[in-house]
Design a protein around this ligand. Structure first.
Ligand SMILES: CC(C)(COP(=O)(O)OP(=O)(O)OC[C@H]1O[C@@H](n2cnc3c(N)ncnc32)[C@H](O)[C@@H]1OP(=O)(O)O)[C@@H](O)C(=O)NCCC(=O)NCCS
Length: 414
């Protein structure tokens, strides 16, 4: 603190180019990192990760209201040392044991900006892990951010997942790469998670895509996509009571971090909120049997990115007696038809915990390819458990062999 200020006064705005002086850490050769301050709204368009133009007033409000309220999330600004201009940001989201870092730099700075971002990450990640003792930090970067990837490799982070062609760039597509940085003290104690063997079940073989169904007569009420045995329709309020009831009758504990109990009101409110969002970034369907319209589960897309054309798929056949009989896979191909032919998405991703070998087998059977592993994502039986990541491109799916009916591979009587 300069000698002219006392502790009871507000610190004065530093003269341009002196903002980093006195800061004892997170200061590099060209950039430094600090928390957000009210005046940073002036450069909001530069450092806030948004492709939409917003006014300074809007950014001011965002800083005051949303940033202040954010839980388990922090945004740090990357500033240029020479003039204290905010050029980018690093956002951290924490769900123990993982801390996810989202880096951003104003694309207008081109290669210079990438170097600044690399420098900032080279300081921030070791600070979060080695000083703040987070067990693991993950960072997602586009594969063409070479300066950033080089810097991540240099500090000891490593590429762990590569989602093919997930991002649109310059009229083409680039891969989305996930890096991890492990805390060596946790590795000493728990072992290197990269050595954890992956159990498998199922054949691992992709199967032909079921042939499209032509509906004779009337399609099922409100159906969006119709298959041979199942169809997809929007989730209705009335479904919530069934989902809540079946969650209480769940018999399997291995496919998630233990069993969940849903409340009728909670499920209904959540699904209603998703349908109200503009643009709708989650689309969930009810999976119903054609023979009697019975609801057997839900399936959908989350985190839909309409700019880059990708989303994450998720499915849950709510009734154990219908699992392992191909209903989930049949419904999934209807979802692919929706994702690739209705929304025109380019790629899908999916995440499965290691113990859920059935879901991984089903994804392989449906045509997904393994994209890598995410380590130490949640706690399980005294250790941290890992995820396998999968991706599926629209072109993969279009090139898969198509089945002639009957699409049902084996007799299955729940
Ligand atoms: C995951 C799910 C949607 C898959 O749908 P499904 O209709 O059961 O899948 P399928 O029957 O088409 O394929 C299952 C595959 O797993 C294998 N499998 C079946 N039962 C299994 C079991 N109990 N344990 C391990 N593998 C099993 C099958 O052999 C098959 O693979 P293969 O045909 O290559 O041999 C469904 O099982 C489900 O809802 N499970 C509970 C919720 C869940 O795990 N959701 C996904 C979270 S990532």
């Amino acid at each position: 603190m300069p000698a002219t200020e006392t502790k009871t006064e507000e610190p004065k705005t530093p003269a341009p180019g002196t903002g980093h002086q006195g800061q004892t850490f997170l200061v590099g050769d060209d950039v430094y990192i600090r928390a957000i301050e009210p005046g940073d709204s002036a450069y909001g368009q530069s450092w806030i990760r948004s492709i939409l133009p917003r006014s300074t007033k809007r950014y001011e409000k965002w800083i005051k209201e949303e940033v202040a309220k954010a839980k388990r999330q922090a945004t740090y600004i990357i500033l240029r040392k020479t003039d204290d201009v905010a050029v980018g940001s690093i956002t951290t989201r924490r769900w123990d044991p993982i801390t996810q870092v989202t880096p951003w730099v104003d694309p207008l700075y081109g290669e210079r900006g990438q170097r600044w971002l690399a420098q900032a990450l080279g300081m921030a990640i070791p600070w979060l892990v080695d000083e703040q003792h987070r067990p693991i930090v993950t960072v997602l970067v586009a594969a063409d951010q070479k300066a950033v990837s080089d810097q991540l490799n240099e500090i000891g982070a490593y590429e762990t997942v590569r989602f093919r062609e997930m991002l649109r760039a310059w009229g083409g597509r680039v891969d989305l790469v996930q890096f991890e940085y492990l805390n060596r003290h946790w590795v000493d104690r728990l072992g290197d998670p990269r050595q954890t063997p992956l159990e498998r079940s199922g054949t691992g073989e992709p199967r032909p895509v079921p042939a499209p169904v032509t509906v004779d007569g009337e399609p099922p009420a409100n159906a969006v996509k119709v298959g041979q045995r199942v169809y997809l329709r929007p989730i209705e309020k009335k479904d919530a009571a069934w989902i809540a009831r079946w969650s209480r009758q769940e018999t399997e504990t291995f496919w998630d971090a233990g069993r969940w109990i849903y409340s009728t009101q909670g499920f209904a409110a959540h699904e209603t909120d998703l349908q109200k969002k503009e643009p709708q970034t989650s689309v969930h369907f009810a999976v119903c049997l054609r023979e009697n319209d019975e609801l057997i589960g839900t399936m959908g897309l989350d985190g839909i990115d309409y700019v880059h054309g990708f989303a994450e798929t998720g499915s849950a056949i709510a009734r154990p007696e219908y699992r392992g009989g191909g209903y989930g896979s049949e419904a999934k191909h209807l979802l692919f038809d929706y994702a690739f032919n209705t929304l025109n998405l380019h790629a899908l991703q999916s995440f499965v915990i290691f113990p859920n070998t059935r879901s991984a087998a089903a994804l392989r059977k449906q045509g997904y390819k393994e994209a890598g592993r995410l380590h130490w994502d949640f706690a399980s039986f005294g250790k941290f458990e890992n995820f396998i990541c999968f991706d599926l491109l629209a072109s993969d799916w279009r090139q898969m062999p198509r089945a002639d009916f009957p699409a049902v591979e084996k007799e299955f009587h729940p």
